[in-house]
Ligand binder design. Structure first.
Ligand code: GDP
Ligand code: MG
Length: 364
C-alpha cells in the first residue's frame, strides 16, 4: 500500500554541494528546467528550489536545487536556513527524499578546508542513515586529463580525510560527464531507494528542534566559532606585527636622525676641504685638485720629502768630506811648517859652525 503511494508520488532528490560545483547545471540538464546557472564560482542559486518534473524509467522525478554552502553572497547560516527550512516544510508535507546527490569538482586540485567543511555540513544535514541514499557525483571531467581525474578519483575514495568514511557507510561514487545520459544514469541509481527522512528534517519536525539545536546547526555554530577564533588570533597577530613595526619605525627614525647629523657634520667638513681646494686652485695656475687626486698628491708630497731628505743627507756628507779635507790640509801645512822651521834651524846652526871654524883658522 505505502509502496504504491510512493510510486504515485514524484521521486524527490536533493542536489547539494559547494558553490560552482554544477548543481543547477545538473538539475537543468536532467530535468530540462531553466534554473539560473552561475558564472564559474560565483553563486547564482540564492534559494532552494524545485526543478520541473521529468520522467526517468517511467518514474516522475523532481530535483531540489540548493544554494552552495560557500555562497558568495549569503552567509553560511542563511544558506543552511534556506535548505533546512525548505526540507523541513517538505517533510512536514510528507514529502521525503529518495536520495541526495552531492556534487564535487574533480578539477579541484585537492580537497581543501572548504570542500571538507561543505561535505561535513552536508553530512550533518542528511545524517548517517542517509549515506545509503547518497550519491557523490564528480563533475568537470572536461577540465582535467583522464589520468589526473582518475588519480584524484582514486584518492577521493581511498583516503580517510576525503570521502572514504562515507563510502564505507554506503555512499556511492559516480562520474558525471555533463551529458543527459550521465545525469539520468545518476538519477536512476536513486529511483529505487525508499524515501527517507533526513536528519535535519526529523530534528526540526519530529523533535521540534530549532535550527540552531540541530546537528547541522550545531556543526555550523562550532565551525563559525572556530572561524571567529581564528580571525581573532589573526587580528591579535596583525596587531602585534603592527606594534613591532611601530617600534621598529621609532628606532629607524632615531637612526635616521643620527645619520642626518652625521651627514651634516660630513657636509661641513667637506665644505672646509672644498674651500681649501678652491683657495689652492686660485693660488696657482693649476686646477683645484679633485678629491680623488688627493692620494696621488699625498704620494707626490711624500716623494718630495724623501728626495729632500736624501739631498740633505748628500749635502751633509759633502760637508763632512770638505771638513776632513780641510783638516788634512791644515795638518799637512803644519807638518811642512815644522819641517821648514827644522831645516832653517839646521841651516842656521851649520852656518854658525862654519863661521866659528873660519875664525879659528885666522887666529892660528
Ligand atoms: N566544464 C564544466 N562546466 C560546468 C559543469 N557543470 C557546470 N559547469 C559550469 O560551472 C559554472 C557553475 O555552474 P552552476 O550550475 O551554476 O553551479 P552551482 O553553483 O553548483 O549551481 C557554470 O559556468 C557552468 O556552466 C561541468 O560538468 N563541466
Ligand atoms: Mg546553483
Amino acid at each position: 500500500m505505502s509502496d504504491s503511494r510512493n510510486q504515485e508520488k514524484p521521486v524527490l532528490i536533493g542536489v547539494m554541494g559547494g558553490t560552482g560545483t554544477g548543481k543547477s547545471t545538473f538539475v537543468n540538464l536532467a530535468s530540462g528546467s531553466n534554473l539560473q546557472v552561475g558564472f564559474n564560482l560565483e553563486s547564482c542559486t540564492s534559494e532552494t528550489q524545485l526543478s520541473q518534473p521529468f520522467v526517468v524509467d517511467g518514474r516522475t522525478v523532481v530535483l531540489i536545487d540548493t544554494p552552495g554552502f560557500d555562497d558568495t553572497f549569503k552567509t553560511e547560516a542563511d544558506v543552511l536556513h534556506s535548505i533546512a527550512d525548505f526540507l523541513a516544510a517538505m517533510y512536514q508535507n510528507e514529502q521525503k527524499l529518495s536520495g541526495v546527490i552531492f556534487l564535487h569538482r574533480i578539477s579541484d586540485n585537492r580537497i581543501g578546508g572548504l570542500a571538507r567543511k561543505n561535505f561535513r555540513l552536508f553530512r550533518s544535514i542528511c545524517g548517517d542513515d542517509a549515506l545509503k541514499h547518497t550519491i557523490i557525483a564528480t563533475t568537470m571531467w572536461g577540465e582535467v586529463s583522464a589520468e589526473l581525474g582518475e588519480r584524484r578519483e582514486s584518492e577521493l575514495s581511498t583516503k580517510d580525510q576525503y570521502f572514504k568514511p562515507a563510502f564505507d557507510e554506503g555512499a556511492k561514487l559516480v562520474r558525471h560527464d555533463n551529458t543527459l545520459e550521465s545525469a539520468h544514469g545518476i538519477v536512476r541509481q536513486v529511483l529505487e531507494y525508499q524515501p527517507v527522512g533526513l536528519s535535519v528534517q526529523r530534528e526540526m519536525v519530529d523533535q521540534h528542534t530549532t535550527l540552531g539545536g540541530t546537528t547541522a546547526g550545531q556543526y555550523l555554530t562550532v565551525h563559525l566559532e572556530t572561524v571567529i577564533q581564528g580571525q581573532r588570533d589573526e587580528l591579535r597577530n596583525v596587531k602585534a606585527e603592527l606594534e613591532a613595526l611601530r617600534a621598529k619605525h621609532t628606532k629607524q627614525q632615531e637612526s635616521i636622525g643620527e645619520m642626518r647629523a652625521e651627514i651634516q657634520s660630513l657636509r661641513s667638513k667637506l665644505e672646509v676641504y672644498e674651500a681649501q681646494h678652491a683657495k689652492l686652485g686660485r693660488e696657482g695656475d693649476r686646477t683645484v685638485p679633485r678629491s680623488d687626486m688627493i692620494p696621488t698628491l699625498l704620494n707626490l708630497a711624500s716623494q718630495k720629502v724623501q728626495q729632500e731628505k736624501e739631498r740633505y743627507e748628500r749635502v751633509l756628507l759633502q760637508q763632512e768630506r770638505e771638513r776632513q779635507k780641510t783638516e788634512w790640509r791644515q795638518k799637512k801645512q803644519q807638518e811642512e811648517e815644522r819641517l821648514r822651521e827644522r831645516q832653517e834651524l839646521e841651516a842656521r846652526q851649520q852656518s854658525e859652525n862654519a863661521r866659528k871654524d873660519g875664525s879659528m883658522c885666522v887666529v892660528q
